[in-house]
Design a protein around this ligand. Sequence first.
Ligand code: B12
Ligand code: SF4
Ligand code: SF4
Length: 308
Amino acid sequence: MLTKKNHTAFIKVTAKSLGFDYCGIAKAQRLEEDAIRLENWLNKGFHGSMEYMNNYFDLRIDPTKLVPGAKSVITLLLNYYPAQQQNPDAPQISKYAFGTDYHEVIKSKLKIFLQLLKDNIGEINGRGFTDSAPVLERSWAQKSGLGWVGKNGNLITKENGSFFFIATLITDLELDADNPFAKDYCGTCTKCINNCPTDAILPDKVIDGSKCISYFTIELKDMLIPAEMKGKFENKLFGCDICQDVCPWNRFSKPNNDIGFTPLNEILNFSKNDWEELTEESFKIIFKNSPLKRAKFEGIKRNLKILD
Ligand code: B12
Ligand code: SF4
Ligand code: SF4
């Protein structure tokens, strides 16, 4: 019979074999301190019009409510730092969106992961998530020892910086937990705060989501970008990487080797004129599997106007 130690080792090896760059484990339990931070964030309206952030508060702070019987939270990181970059003069797309939508790439990996656990360990209950469920993914990554939450709000690894997606697999399997990441290596640096064009980075690692360029260009649905933001977007068409690009820890980023994240030629090569001339029909074909779908054709056209 396999022991808790064997199961833990099997999970770490499986994560690696599926291409995840990091894997850490934490005991599934209510996140007391995060509950306070999340409540303050919501009370201050930092979620803007992202109403989904107001939903399922109890599940978001407690994985045992999201997955009944949960004993462990397995957190996985997947590198998305691209090998190729855009022309710096072209409208900028966030690096996470160069290739296939990460929800799809990660979802299929998590499905295989769960199946491998069932095949090798037995009937376990587990669910895999990335981004789309009420899970405080950055906190779980810190709690499972993978890195610290920087002043820019991102989870940063000491070895390879912050250009990672986070996924979690919550299971009723009892596992050996890793130690939480104890240190914070931001020190006296304030580069992200100084360079955020919309002043969305507040003290104590709090991000005012309602002021973030990523929010305006991706999440703001059927609404105009407020006029006072004009001139502040630094050529960002979809998402924003400024607070990560300026972070000294991202000197250690290495290009990802996931075929799914191979950049689309159009993303690398489109000029402003190409974006302006893009028709809805072509948008639907070219960006069929891309994260840009989330902003929709109308959103991209609206974003282009604020860059004028
Ligand atoms: C809503 C959301 C947004 C909103 C709001 C951003 C925000 N900071 O909350 C908007 C649209 C603005 C956004 C933007 C981006 N996002 Co986003 N977003 C999310 C989402 C869906 C929920 C985040 C959330 O719960 N916010 C509420 C606040 C209160 O929580 P939080 O920021 O996670 O902070 C918590 C912890 O950091 C913790 N904390 C703070 N200080 C400390 C200190 C210690 C010691 C500890 C333990 C914890 C801790 O406190 C908070 C509450 O627990 C997550 C996916 C998920 N389910 O988690 C992705 C996610 C956070 N986003 C991600 C990414 C990549 C981005 C962008 C880089 C995309 C881009 N290039 O445009 C930007 C970065 C902006 C930034 N500086 O944060 C990644 C982050 C990966 C990473 N390495 O950190 C995630 C995890 C998606 C994923 N699955 O990979 N995002
Ligand atoms: S992603 Fe851009 S706008 Fe948002 S907090 Fe970072 S630097 Fe500011
Ligand atoms: S730029 Fe500096 S302060 Fe901001 S997250 Fe990186 S190390 Fe921390």
